[in-house]
Design a protein around this ligand. Sequence first.
Ligand SMILES: Cc1cc2nc3c(=O)[nH]c(=O)nc-3n(C[C@H](O)[C@H](O)[C@H](O)COP(=O)(O)OP(=O)(O)OC[C@H]3O[C@@H](n4cnc5c(N)ncnc54)[C@H](O)[C@@H]3O)c2cc1C
Length: 214
Amino acid sequence: MLANGQRFCNEGLGYHDFVTALLEATPPGQPPVAWLIATRAFQRRYGLGISRPFPVPLRPWLRSGYLASGPTPEALAAACGIDPAGLRATLDGWNRHAATGDDPAFHRGTTPYMRLQGDAAHRPNPCVAPIDRPPYLAVKVIPGSFGTFAGLETDAAARVLRDGSPIPGLYAVGADMASVMGGFYPAGGINLGPALTFGHIAGLHAADRLEPAP
Ligand SMILES: Cc1cc2nc3c(=O)[nH]c(=O)nc-3n(C[C@H](O)[C@H](O)[C@H](O)COP(=O)(O)OP(=O)(O)OC[C@H]3O[C@@H](n4cnc5c(N)ncnc54)[C@H](O)[C@@H]3O)c2cc1C
């Protein structure tokens, strides 16, 4: 949620869509910052951010300020700099529907991608549960970067192209190669999968062992 205590998107989205929604929801002139709110019981079972589930100690993350904690939603809001009334209203609204697995505002848990990331043993919705038991925890979420869709244009053998023709002996794969996904994020592994595949293809081609496509 944002500093006003309101949700701005379906938190079950992939991180590309999540950050796009965060940038769109951030008021002009303010830094893009969101918080993920959970109960301590959630953290013990699943972890939160980089903090690992029980029995890995939680205290270092609280001491360092990586995680914020509070006995009430209002106290947690104060620790994060979130509007307390906004957070309380959002949690009340969330909890009204969460017990039955519903998220009428953003429909969390309604696609296979989201449900895969959830807890299959949690019914009726692997991605939805009430946030209604203290203590409450929060982790700050800010945009980061792990790659780019841009890169060198290549052909099916991973050869770098100049004006549409391959440059002899020059291959590009991984982050150097323009992504075959064309700017979309269908699922996890879109960087490493093509990097391995085209690395293998480039190696075969360089060794003159690449079979021609049927
Ligand atoms: C936090 C995080 C999570 C990610 N999760 C996923 C995921 O779940 N699935 C997925 O598919 N992808 C994921 N990625 C993306 C994926 O890790 C990268 O796309 C992939 O590692 C790129 O590999 P690469 O070999 O092309 O480039 P890099 O891994 O960046 O390797 C480039 C290497 O070149 C070296 N180098 C740079 N300049 C020079 C120089 N001048 N001389 C010599 N060496 C140099 C660098 O030190 C580095 O070792 C993630 C990335 C991050 C950061």
